[in-house]
Design a protein around this ligand. Structure first.
Ligand SMILES: [Zn+2]
Length: 401
């Protein structure tokens, strides 16, 4: 459990003011001999329009990107086949400025900028939320800006990308598990990724380093806060007693063991929502007190209200590492997806999987309930990157957050 720094109380929504991108947008990733264009989805984009403007069939775009549905989210990166660049006049995206996203999406939509790239620049879509830099022949692409609680991905491409070692030195001194852990990118064929996380409470820039041989690239990404007032919960004593239940240390021990797992990436398709319902009752990152005068804690997950008995589905492929009932989390399932990513499903009335079991995306793992520290039937979903909570909805319909 983490205390909220007093600073947060004065933080306003600085998301759209969070400084300019540190790197010039780049859109080229070399994979073998052929170039793949990358396009970052802007507010107002549809898969159909992105495809047809480039003379592509929408179904081909779905296939190339391994998408199950045409639903796109702002900031999502799409691969476009090489050779389509000529049919994507940069003028068309520049002439139609992206509408400002609704504040609720909390995603910046940078204005289109001219492409500046060391490599021969294709006439590619001009807007990208990513910046890039090159080290020892490895192209490193990072988000231009982040907000606290974001999960994100650093993309490394090039022949030696698999030999890189990535770490996040700005984590040293922060309230995170295993700060600045040396991370080996995962992937194949010259395209590699490393998952990153911005701990809740952080608003200082996130610093990353990429080492390839003796070369070191250091980058910095501005981070903004979440504008959420502290919510003071008044819970029945029978509920708050759960915070001090005798089996609480065991509950934390089991969960920490899941956070410490570093297994190979188990998924190859985009993530899916755990319930069919779209309604969300309590947002991720909400600062809360559970006891009058008690410490302020963040809400590390997202709540999905649903009737008791509603099927809870795995958000992606993985292995069940927890399936038991605990005082605070109630009926809990945790799935290790590999790559340091674990999803957790709280408060279930019924658990339908066992520890060690392999599950696939969409497979039913249990049923919604109101067990543990819960005031009504709902699913609380957490997406933890190396133990730190990240915004769950950023994963849905995407291969990476
Ligand atoms: Zn919750």
């Amino acid at each position: 459990m983490k205390r909220l720094p007093p600073l947060l109380k004065t933080v306003t929504l600085t998301l759209l003011l969070g400084g300019s991108p540190l790197f010039s947008p780049a859109v080229v990733a070399q994979s073998g001999g052929s170039a793949t264009l990358l396009y970052t989805v802007k507010a107002g984009d549809t898969l159909y329009r992105i495809a047809t403007e480039r003379g592509l069939k929408p179904e081909d775009l779905l296939r190339i990107n391994g998408l199950a549905t045409p639903t796109l989210s702002v900031g999502q990166t799409l691969k476009l086949p090489s050779g389509t660049s000529g049919s994507a006049p940069a003028a068309s995206s520049a002439a139609a400025p992206a509408p400002t996203p609704p504040a609720a999406t909390q995603k910046p939509s940078p204005a289109p900028k001219p492409v500046q790239s060391a490599s021969p620049a294709p006439d590619a879509p001009a807007s990208s939320a990513f910046g890039s830099n090159v080290i020892a022949g490895v192209t490193v692409r990072a988000p231009a800006r982040l907000k606290m609680g974001d999960g994100f991905v650093l993309r490394l491409s090039g022949e030696k990308a698999g030999e890189a070692v990535v770490s996040f030195p700005s984590e040293v001194g922060e309230d995170v598990r295993k700060p600045a852990e040396p991370l080996t990118p995962i992937g194949a064929a010259g395209e590699f990724q490393v998952l990153g996380r911005v701990v809740l409470g952080k608003t200082t820039p996130l610093v990353y380093t990429v080492k390839v041989g003796t070369d070191v690239l250091r980058g910095s990404i501005p981070v903004s806060g979440l504008d959420q007032p502290i919510q003071h919960l008044t819970l029945a004593k029978s509920l708050t007693d759960r915070l001090t239940a005798p089996s609480r240390p065991l509950e934390e021990k089991v969960v920490e063991a899941a956070y410490a797992l570093r297994t190979p990436q188990a998924w190859s398709r985009p993530f899916a929502a755990p319930l069919t319902t779209k309604s969300v009752s309590s947002s991720f990152g909400q600062p809360r007190t559970y006891l009058a005068g008690g410490p302020v804690l963040y809400h590390y997950g997202m709540d999905f209200p649903a009737p008791v008995g509603t099927s809870v589905r795995a958000v992606n492929d993985g292995r069940v590492v927890i399936a038991a009932t605990y005082p605070v989390r109630g009926g809990l399932v945790a799935i290790d997806h590999g790559a340091g990513l674990v999803s957790l499903y709280f408060h279930q009335s019924k658990l339908l999987v066992k520890v060690g079991q392999r599950v696939t995306r969409g497979q039913i793992v249990g049923q919604v309930g109101t067990t543990g520290l819960s005031a009504g039937p709902h699913l609380h979903l957490e997406m933890r990157v190396r133990g730190e909570a990240t915004l769950p909805t950023e994963y849905f319909n995407r291969l990476w957050p």
